[in-house]
Design a protein around this ligand. Structure first.
Ligand SMILES: Cc1cc2nc3c(=O)[nH]c(=O)nc-3n(C[C@H](O)[C@H](O)[C@H](O)COP(=O)(O)O)c2cc1C
Length: 173
């Protein structure tokens, strides 16, 4: 199987990480994967903000969210690096483009032997006055809004890829 198909088949959401940081080369490769993702009309309307997993702003967002899953787990599962993707709010394909970019990053992480989990739960917090504070802190460009995020790090536990019901989800005419 090709390397890319292997990464697609073996990727799963990892919700446990060792404390070890990513290397600069790993982070560069992940960002490159996001930047190489296609965007509608090649608009390149996405922005990537890299946040250290220990950054107090993440804990502030966590506090605003309240406990999730188990009180001991924060929403980024103590991943050492979180990448937030913001995008031009007025462009009709921004959400799709951000989804493609975040999956490129997830697959790149898998190919590098790292774990990742896509994080949509922040979206509900990116509203009202707090939205403006976060947009400024994360340096979203003017007219951009949060789209999606991903936590990446070394896997603290393995997880089997999800199963699926091909017959239910696929129609071949
Ligand atoms: C758009 C999107 C948002 C997600 N948001 C979260 C999230 O906020 N927290 C989380 O733990 N997992 C999140 N996930 C991960 C999904 O729960 C996960 O992909 C799904 O359960 C399938 O499992 P797998 O990724 O291991 O195949 C998100 C996934 C997607 C695609």
């Amino acid at each position: 199987m090709s390397e890319i198909l292997k990464a697609i088949a073996s990727r799963s959401s990892i919700r446990s990480y060792t404390g070890e940081k990513l290397t600069d080369a790993e982070l560069d490769a992940l960002l490159d994967a996001g930047l190489r993702a296609p965007t509608a009309t090649n608009r390149q309307e996405l922005h990537f903000t890299v946040v250290d997993g220990g950054d107090p702003i993440l804990f502030e967002i966590q506090d605003a969210m309240g406990p999730r899953l188990r009180p001991t787990l924060n929403f980024w599962y103590d991943g050492p690096t979180v990448i937030l993707i913001s995008g031009e709010s007025a462009f009709r394909w921004t959400a799709v483009d951000a989804g493609i970019a975040v999956e490129n990053i997830a697959l790149a992480a898998e190919a590098l032997g790292l774990g990742s989990v896509i994080l949509g739960c922040l979206k509900a917090e990116m509203v009202g006055e707090r939205r403006n504070r976060y947009a400024e802190f994360f340096r979203f460009p003017e007219g951009y809004d949060f789209q999606i995020a991903i936590a990446v790090g070394r896997k603290g536990a393995e997880k089997e890829p999800h199963t699926y019901d091909r017959a239910k989800q696929v129609t071949v005419l």
